[in-house]
Each structure stands twice: as structure tokens, then as C-alpha cells.
Design a protein around this ligand. Structure first.
Ligand SMILES: Cc1ncc(COP(=O)(O)O)c(C=O)c1O
Length: 468
């Protein structure tokens, strides 16, 4: 039951010394907000703490940590507890949305499979099996195939002129797994972490699942308010700052170069790890994005997640994580506990395809195709009689759209689902669970005709809601 988990969180923190005897515990409202759960759940956890003599109440003030007590522990697992009620409760709001089948899938920030070199890739698979006849019978090491790590390490060195070697690299099954493994290593219940507002929804769910306190950092087209970031680092001593600074999901914004350098300095000063998730780096339209923050790091305070699973070969789900040994070593342990290594077959297919000339050609064509789709979506949005607003993304896969007050995103989503249109409501990208007048529309998964027809229908639905 969820309230028992909250109880456990609080007990872990008390045992760890985060709150001492007679310290005031956070208010019910605050804890519910931080953990992203219902106030009633927190209330029940506090009641149990009180009942077990772990906390006491001061009238009109709140709950306080009790002195050591000899009261019996009433918190014992009920042997008749069902499997369902004893399972830890996890959220995956994004995949809940993706589960809805829709003819116009504006919710999927994925590349349309028709834009990938499918025939070429399947021919390649045969070649790779010829080169490594024992491939199917071989495990990868948990850290990842040496050949692949070497190729990707050299790629990063060549592009950014950094000092790096293959021991500072780990291969994961997509960036999603890297986010999950990093949270397991660094987050203990109630730890503070910084996240952009808005941010990648699935990362919010992972961090909450580990019991983190999410501290939002607003992300605007100009970047972050660095004075605010400094204050938050000073006040909360966060374990890390999770960021997606290049063609950010969901907004499409890119952090300016000047802020990149300053942020690395802040990270060093306040000993706050920066987790730089760079899933869309090569998806630029007019000009290349600035260098990753990782390339300014000399002290080891940036861990760099470079996923190739979005646009090189989504089915292979390859991501490289770069960082200093102090981060990579525990990550290798976490990876071996999770799955003992990403399948060697996918790593070998990827490494050969990645080095082929065809891959470069594919990337160039893909950028053009995506830019055309973005333009078409913007054209249709501009034609609609709705006063919605957005900033043209210079890369990435999404348009972050602000709806007029007269069109609530919830109502729009419900009615759109009924007409086979899906998109991501901004609220699930917001660590504060607000942003109700924003939505994310992806232009990468649906073809040009579908974009036109889908946006026109979406506009009609919005218009009907507005006129009510
Ligand atoms: C910012 C961000 N990080 C990570 C991921 C997950 O990437 P992968 O497919 O490599 O697991 C996504 C997918 O949408 C994303 O948008």
C-alpha cells in the first residue's frame, strides 16, 4: 500500500539522520507535493508513524520525530496482503498516452519508420552475422562491447576534442535505461534533485518512483535563470540536475553556449552532478547546436547521455553514457544487476551501421524530412482560427504549443482521443503538475498528409470547445 511506502521513506530518512529527535517533519501538503501523491496518503503515513510512536503531534504545528520509544511495532506486513496491494506503485504517464491507438499520433516523439533505411539495415544484419558467426551465442560484458565503445568514444573525441577513453563509457539499452540506472545509484528517498520545468515526462516518473523531491528550474527560450539555479543548489544541495539542454523535449529550446560554461562551474562549486541527456543532438535544421556541457567539464561533474536510439536505428536502442570513473563504475554495477549487458547482437549491428557512409546520408535526408514536417505543422497551426502560440523549434521532434485560456488541454485531449488524435498534455511534463494550457505535438511520426489533416481536425475541435 502506498502509505506504507511513504512511511518507509520517512523512517529511512529518520534512521539516516536527516531528521533528528524532536525535529519537525514536512507538512502533509509539502510532502504530498514533493512525492507527487495524494495528501490523504501522506496523512495515513503520518497517522501510522504516530500510532507506532515514531512521531508525535503538536497542536496547530504539525508532526515531530519522537524520542526513541519502546512501543510495539504495529507496522508489520499482513500475510494476507494481495500481490497487487503489495506491489510498489509506479507511474508511466507517457506510456499510458501512447497506449491509446490513434490515426493521428502527435503524441509519439519517434521517427516515422518510413524515414529509416529499412532495406539497407536488414541487408546489414546478414553481413554482421557473417562477420561474427557466434554472435547469437555470446554475451556482451555489462559495460558494453569494446568495439562499439571504442567507435563511439573516438566519435566524441573527434567531434569535441575532449580527453576520453573507453573505460569512461557504458552502453545502455536506450537513454531511458541510463536515466533509470542513474536514479537507482544517486537517489535515496526524499533526496532533492533539480529538473527542468517542463521536462521529459518519463524522467519525472522514474525520479518519483525512487522517492526523489523534484525541484523545478524554469526553462525558457533564453535558458535558465542561473542566479536561481545557484540559489537552489545552495539551498537544497541536490544530488543532481537532470537536463535535456539541446532541442529539449518538450519545448525544443536549446541552452545558449554562455550558460553551458557557467552551469558547469556551478556544478563544480556546489558539487551537483549534471546529467546531460542529449537524445536529439543530431536533429538540427539550420545550424549545429552548441557543444555539449560535457565538453566543458574537467572535474567530472557532468555525465553525458548520448542516445542514438531515436534517429539512427530506434529498434536497436543504443545509448552511450560518458562520465568519469566515479560515476561509470557504480553504473556498470547497476547495469549488471539490471540486465548483465545490452544484447551483443544489437550492439554489433549498430557499430557497423554507424560507421557506414549510408548512415551519414540517412541523417542528412532525415533532417530535411523532419524540417519539412515541422514547416507543414507550423503552416497548418498558423492557418487555424485559434490563438495558440509557439516558438519555432530549430531541431528535435516537437512543437510546444500554448493554448488560449478558453481551450483547456484536458478537454481538448479527451475530445481529440475520441476523434483518433493523440498528443501529450503539458501537465505530465511539469514537475509541479500544472502547465494545463500547454500541449506537445510531435511532427516526426506522422506523414505530411496526416499532419495537415490531423492539425485541421485538432483546430476544429479546439474551435468547438472555445465556442461553448
Ligand atoms: C529527453 C529524452 N530522454 C530520453 C528518452 C528516451 O530515449 P531512448 O529511446 O534512448 O530510451 C527520450 C525519448 O523520448 C527523451 O525525449
Amino acid at each position: 500500500m502506498l502509505f506504507k511506502q511513504v512511511y518507509d521513506h520517512i523512517m529511512t530518512r529518520i534512521e539516516r539522520g536527516d531528521w533528528n529527535v524532536h525535529d519537525k517533519l514536512p507538512s502533509i501538503r509539502l510532502l504530498a507535493l514533493e512525492l507527487g501523491i495524494n495528501r490523504l496518503t501522506v496523512f495515513k503515513a503520518y497517522q501510522l508513524l504516530k500510532q507506532n510512536g515514531k512521531a508525535y503531534v503538536k497542536e496547530k504545528s504539525g508532526y515531530y520525530v519522537s524520542p526513541e520509544n519502546s512501543l510495539p511495532n504495529l507496522y508489520e506486513r499482513d500475510v494476507n496482503e494481495s500481490i497487487e496491494s503489495s506491489a510498489v506503485h509506479l507511474n508511466s504517464k507517457l506510456s499510458d498516452i501512447h497506449r491509446v491507438t490513434a490515426a493521428y499520433q502527435f503524441s509519439q516523439a519517434l521517427i516515422d519508420p518510413n524515414l529509416l533505411p529499412n532495406l539497407f539495415l536488414s541487408e546489414y544484419v546478414k553481413k554482421v552475422f557473417d562477420i561474427y558467426p557466434k554472435l547469437m551465442g555470446t554475451y556482451s560484458t555489462p559495460q558494453g562491447d569494446e568495439e562499439l565503445r571504442d567507435v563511439l568514444c573516438q566519435y566524441i573525441i573527434r567531434h569535441y576534442r575532449v580527453h576520453l577513453n573507453t573505460s569512461e563509457e557504458l552502453i545502455t539499452t536506450g537513454a531511458q535505461q541510463a536515466i533509470d540506472l542513474l536514479s537507482r545509484i544517486f537517489i535515496r528517498p526524499m533526496d532533492a534533485i533539480l529538473v527542468e520545468r517542463p521536462t521529459y515526462s518519463a524522467a519525472i516518473d522514474v525520479f518519483r518512483g525512487q522517492g526523489a523531491r523534484l525541484i523545478p528550474v524554469d526553462f525558457s527560450p533564453e535558458g535558465y535563470d542561473l542566479d536561481m539555479v545557484e540559489l537552489l543548489m545552495k539551498q537544497h544541495r541536490p544530488r543532481f540536475f537532470y537536463m535535456n539542454p539541446t532541442f529539449h523535449n518538450p519545448t525544443g529550446y536549446t541552452l545558449p553556449i554562455t550558460q553551458r560554461k557557467q552551469l558547469v562551474e556551478l556544478a563544480e562549486r556546489y558539487r551537483c552532478l549534471l546529467i546531460e541527456d542529449d537524445a536529439f543532438h543530431d536533429m538540427y535544421f539550420d545550424e549545429r547546436p552548441p557543444q555539449p556541457l560535457f565538453t566543458y567539464d574537467t572535474e567530472g561533474w557532468v555525465v553525458y547521455l548520448r542516445s542514438f536510439s531515436k534517429y539512427v536505428a530506434p529498434g536497436l536502442r543504443i545509448c552511450a553514457v560518458f562520465g568519469r570513473k566515479s560515476v561509470i563504475e557504480p553504473l556498470i554495477t547497476a547495469k549488471s544487476l539490471a540486465d548483465n549487458g545490452t544484447p551483443l547482437v544489437t550492439q554489433k549491428i549498430f557499430v557497423h551501421y554507424f560507421q557506414s557512409e549510408r548512415m551519414q546520408q540517412h541523417l542528412e535526408k532525415l533532417r530535411i524530412a523532419l524540417q519539412i514536417r515541422r514547416d507543414i505543422m507550423e503552416e497548418e497551426l498558423a492557418l487555424a482560427p485559434i490563438d495558440w502560440k509557439w516558438i519555432t523549434p530549430k531541431g528535435g521532434l516537437n512543437i510546444w504549443l500554448q493554448l488560449p485560456d478558453t481551450v483547456p488541454a484536458r478537454t481538448l485531449l479527451n475530445e481529440s482521443f475520441r476523434q483518433s488524435i493523440s498528443f501529450v498534455p503539458g501537465q505530465i511534463c511539469d514537475p509541479l503538475d500544472e502547465m494545463q494550457s500547454w500541449i506537445r505535438l510531435s511532427y516526426s511520426f506522422v506523414n505530411e498528409e496526416q499532419i495537415r489533416a490531423g492539425v485541421q481536425q485538432l483546430a476544429e475541435i479546439a474551435q468547438r470547445i472555445k465556442e461553448r
